[in-house]
Design a protein around this ligand. Sequence first.
Ligand code: FAD
Length: 441
Amino acid sequence: MRWKTAEYTGWGRVLKATGDMARPERVSALKSLWADSKGPAIGNRRSYGDVCLNDKGRAIDMTRLNRMVAFDPLTGILEAEAGITLGEITQVFATKGWIPHVVPGTGFVTLGGAIANDVHGKNHHGAGSFGQYVNRINLLGANGKTRIVTPGDTPDLFKATIGGLGQTGVILSAEIQLKPCASAIMDVRENRAEGLDEFLAMLDRSTATYCVGWIDATAKGSTLGRGILEEAEIRDHTVQAKLSRAKSVPRDAPSFAMSAPLVRLFNALYYRRVPQDGRRLDRPMQDFFFPLDRIHNVNRLYGKNGFHQFQCVLPDATAREGLAEMLRAISKAGLASPLAVIKKMGPGRAGFMSFPMQGYTLAVDFQNRPRAAGLIADLEEITLKSGGRIYLAKDALTRADSIAEMYDELPDFTRVVNAADPKGVFLTDMVRRLKLRKIKP
Ligand SMILES: Cc1cc2nc3c(=O)[nH]c(=O)nc-3n(C[C@H](O)[C@H](O)[C@H](O)COP(=O)(O)OP(=O)(O)OC[C@H]3O[C@@H](n4cnc5c(N)ncnc54)[C@H](O)[C@@H]3O)c2cc1C
């Protein structure tokens, strides 16, 4: 197994790393690396900031370790290597009557990456987070030994591995519970919300299994927070539904592609695409779960300097006021892209550092321009004063003391990962930037 020096980035392409990378195809090859050099595992780098970067260090790209190991068609229990993507699992198993309980907004996420960020989907309010459906993890530790980690036998190590940013070891494979599904087609209802109050009321009233809102983050005044709510169920039988046409962004877009007037125009048209009294449509599951995946290199739309995604969750009690303040700040700054998403969250989370909390989550993309960092710092302040949290999978800018205030189980996490990896073999740029672990030299 050879190390190759590479420059690489996360999905947002703002922060970069240069270092040695290995791409083992077999566990035996990965273990043979361990004799002389170790490093954190990374997946498909669908995290936005520096959680998947190790500048001037080594990293193990897990994407070639992507085999399915075993599947029980009676129980829906799947064991697979960590580099398989959730999109592949969904594609292979949906037509056989099974899908993952939880999938995020892209199918390119690996099983290891989904565990290490305890990802959530459009059904978090009912189903909780990905880690709640992980039965067992096969973990390669800093000492070169493999151990089985389960919620029952090793609860602390399990809670430090789920949402644990790769700090307890390399996830080689995992056993997950799939859920039955009757078809690979979604029955989707789309309705307009004319403003934030109506949007939150519609989210609260919704009884749909899957529920996600698009917000026009350029709207102001009485239309502040307007958008479209999508509610969906898996159809109980297969009907015809065409997959959207695959597209590609061949090169970095010019910076004016995300200028305020163009984004305002795009958003107004996008809002009106749904008739005033709503509409209903059948959509292939892959299109509904992973809407951006059909556009290859969609992140190039933000131009060569990349972009940030800010994602927070605010608790029920403060969400209305906090979200309104955020949306006012965003629309005043004129920096928003067309991508702004709101979802309701339930309490489900499986790790010490898992992001979800009961409330509402808002995610907004901002092109990387000089004023973006200042705006995101203001949004961080509103999140803090609202008692909310920022999602580490998306972050490149938050301050270390803010994260310590938002994640009250950080001391438990630090205690367990420092015991598992006392020399800091698995440190990444984010862990250093946010001072998530203190390693004595
Ligand atoms: C378009 C888009 C939509 C998204 N929508 C959502 C969403 O709806 N909900 C949501 O929760 N997230 C969402 N995300 C974020 C994404 O789900 C997470 O960032 C996910 O962790 C990325 O997985 P990855 O395989 O690319 O891992 P990477 O980004 O490469 O790594 C993420 C973390 O996992 C660790 N890691 C990866 N593999 C292993 C392994 N085998 N062993 C140990 N540690 C490992 C890395 O060290 C790092 O800390 C979205 C991202 C994009 C680009």
